[in-house]
Write a protein that binds this ligand. Structure first.
Ligand code: IMP
Ligand code: MG
Length: 179
């Protein structure tokens, strides 16, 4: 069965938005340094592009998490697959995510990071699906609020594919639709 991608947010709009976010973040953190924390793998594309648009000093670290089995997914408990290399103590941490969906992963993760006594923790996400929220998560910077559709590109995958698309798209399966 074939599938194709319908563009939801074109490349130019994504890049323009990242530029604006970088400018806003640079203003908000004037005089400070930002420790960017990327949640792999999805957040990597966005974080690298965002980092290039931030004009205050930045350092970067990466972590990888996975939900505990699908049956317990609702608990929102996540397992650290790869932890950060650096301590967070006294740093101004900005967590960079590809998408906030139910909010479960981020809610758990943010609590865990706060326990490490950073000076501050904020959250920046490229995409937000507010309709899907189950757990309230404070998002400090959002690229785009999108409807409840499964999206790929700019780090987001479907079955590990399509992360490399330079735009945000929706997977459509041939034969799914009338036209
Ligand atoms: P949450 O805990 O439900 O907020 O889960 C968020 C995670 O689910 C994201 O970091 C993504 O890895 C994944 N996810 C949620 N929605 C999408 C989507 O539309 N496309 C691809 N991955 C998604
Ligand atoms: Mg993710």
């Amino acid at each position: 069965m074939g599938e194709h991608i319908r563009v939801m947010v074109p490349e130019e709009k994504v890049n323009q938005k990242i530029k604006e976010l970088g400018e806003q973040i640079s203003r908000d953190y004037a005089g400070k340094e930002i420790h960017l924390v990327c949640v792999l793998k999805g957040g990597a594309f966005f974080m690298c592009e965002l980092a290039k648009r931030i004009t205050v000093p930045v350092s970067m670290d990466f972590m990888s998490v996975s939900s505990y089995g699908s049956s317990t997914k609702s608990s929102g408990v996540v397992r650290i697959v790869k932890d950060l290399d650096e301590p967070l103590k006294d740093k101004d941490v900005l967590v960079v995510e590809d998408i906030v969906d139910s909010g479960r992963t981020l809610s758990y993760l943010l609590d865990m990071l706060k326990d490490r006594k950073p000076a501050s923790v904020k959250l920046c996400t490229l995409l937000d699906k507010p309709e899907r929220r189950v757990i309230d998560v404070k998002v400090d910077y959002t690229g785009f609020e999108i409807p409840d559709e499964f999206v790929v590109g700019f780090g987001l995958d479907y079955d590990q594919k399509y992360r490399n698309l330079p735009y945000i798209g929706v997977v459509e399966f041939d034969g799914d639709e009338e036209k």
